[in-house]
Design a protein around this ligand. Structure first.
Ligand code: FCB
Length: 440
């Protein structure tokens, strides 16, 4: 067995390492006075989630957070990227505050600081309060105001101690995956809903940034996911389809947030379904940011397909795959670090999620994950050497957790979780990372 092929000295001084989690995936959402979320509703609907599992108990992080923070500190990591649940703070999404929820995040942030960890908050990692979904959720333009109010409520309490904050995790998933592909809550397959969600998610991002600037908070950014779109064949049709996929996935939010404009080729399809007057919102969406985070996992082979826009189909190629069936393609990370820099220039970049699911048992070393991390860190190092301002790398995830529509089956953790006993057991990849970071 071999470990990680790098030490801190292989990266520029000040380069930061971290781990990420999200609220609904680990906390145990049935506890502590949290409100119901659209993920509870989605999971309770047959056919949406493997074994209809939900986040009611998850990793019970709500009660075991101190042990979890100790694991992060003991690995020698710098950053803990976590998220807060909107419905834990505001059970109905608006109005009455759940003080117990605010107290929890307050303690959690203090717990990070006490352990020398940098708290990197994401305000929204997908658990929309059900009461807001009743009102149309991301389809309703009012969500930007509701989200701004939630941002203010939470950040007035903990905003003074955060190292960084991003409003929304992976806008593509909130917009496209949840409203066009139907793979995530609320499980819609509707192009009009999609266009609205794809716009309102940007608007909510912009409003949250304004609120946080108003509170005097700094180091504000955005976390987008990117998927490397490769044409299935070199035919003109497949190449055009891959370009459309790339536009929807990788260029829509980047264009809006950094250039104040949506890509024309995506507007070809979504334009007719956009909410009236959307053009006037572009200034709000395009805020000055302090950093951008890339979540990167895989590539996809795209082919032309008959039928309405975007007229494409997705395929898997021949590279080795993870437990998710995702191809392992570190080249894509290298591609996106340069591609994003083309939009963001000197802005600091972070890999805010990268990692793999593997059918781990606590006793067998997860060498596949160590290899995955090695390959992607090598891609990052290469980009740095070529001038990309990459400032940190954050592994998804600290713990095995609730992997959304896949339930508890897909294990992404550096630490194994037994979902019966809730016992945590660090995997070989955890120790490999700890050993690499301990060397200088
Ligand atoms: C990302 C999500 C995260 C997790 C990983 C595997 O898209 O941000 O919550 O599900 O994928």
């Amino acid at each position: 067995m071999s470990g990680l092929a790098f030490t801190r000295a292989d990266f520029p001084p000040g380069f930061l390492f971290g781990v990420a989690t999200s609220a609904y995936q680990i906390e145990g959402h049935a506890q502590g006075g949290a409100g119901r979320t659209h993920w509870d509703d989605f999971a309770a609907t047959p056919g949406n989630v493997v074994r209809a599992e939900d986040g009611a108990r998850a990793c019970d992080h709500l009660n075991r957070w101190a042990e979890d923070l100790d694991l992060i500190r003991d690995a020698g990591l710098d950053i803990y990227r976590f998220s807060a649940s909107w419905a834990r703070v505001l059970p109905e999404g608006r109005g009455a505050v759940n003080q117990e929820g605010l107290d929890f995040y307050d303690r959690l942030v203090d717990g990070m600081l006490a352990r020398g960890l940098k708290p990197a908050l994401t305000l929204y990692h997908w658990e929309l309060p059900s009461a807001l979904n009743d009102l149309g959720g991301w389809r309703n333009r009012d969500i930007a105001g509701w989200f701004a109010d939630f941002t203010e409520t939470l950040c007035r309490r903990i905003g003074d101690r955060l190292w960084s904050t991003a409003p929304i995790n992976e806008p593509w998933c909130v917009g496209w995956l949840s409203h066009f592909l139907g793979g995530h809550a609320p499980g819609l397959r509707d192009i009009r809903a999609t266009a609205r969600a794809m716009h309102h998610v940007g608007l909510a991002h912009g409003r949250a940034i304004e609120v946080m600037r108003g509170l005097g908070m700094g180091n504000l950014g955005t976390v987008c996911n990117f998927e490397y779109a490769l044409p299935r064949s070199q035919s003109d049709e497949d190449r055009a389809a891959a370009r459309r996929y790339d536009g929807i996935y990788n260029r829509w939010f980047l264009g809006a947030m950094f250039k104040g404009a949506y890509p024309e080729d995506v507007l070809d399809g979504l334009g007719p379904h956009m909410p009236e007057g959307w053009q006037a919102d572009m200034g709000t969406i395009c805020q000055k940011l302090d950093w951008l985070g890339l979540n990167y996992y895989t590539c996809k082979r795209i082919a032309h397909a008959p039928g309405p826009w975007p007229s494409l189909s997705e395929h898997i190629g021949d590279l080795p795959q993870t437990q998710m069936g995702w191809e392992i393609c570190p080249e894509g990370l290298h591609h996106f670090l340069h591609f994003v820099q083309g939009h963001t220039g000197d802005l600091p970049l972070y890999v805010t999620e990268n990692g793999m699911a593997n059918p781990d048992s606590p006793d067998a070393p997860d060498q596949a994950r160590i290899d995955y991390l090695n390959q992607h860190l090598a891609a990052g190092k290469r980009a740095i050497a070529e001038g990309v301002p990459l400032k940190g790398y954050i592994v998804w995830s600290l713990l095995d957790n609730y992997e959304w529509a896949f339930g508890y089956e897909k294990r992404f953790g550096l630490v194994h979780v037994d979902f019966e006993s809730l016992q945590r057991r660090p995997k070989a990849s955890y120790y490999a990372l700890r050993d690499a970071l301990a060397q200088s």
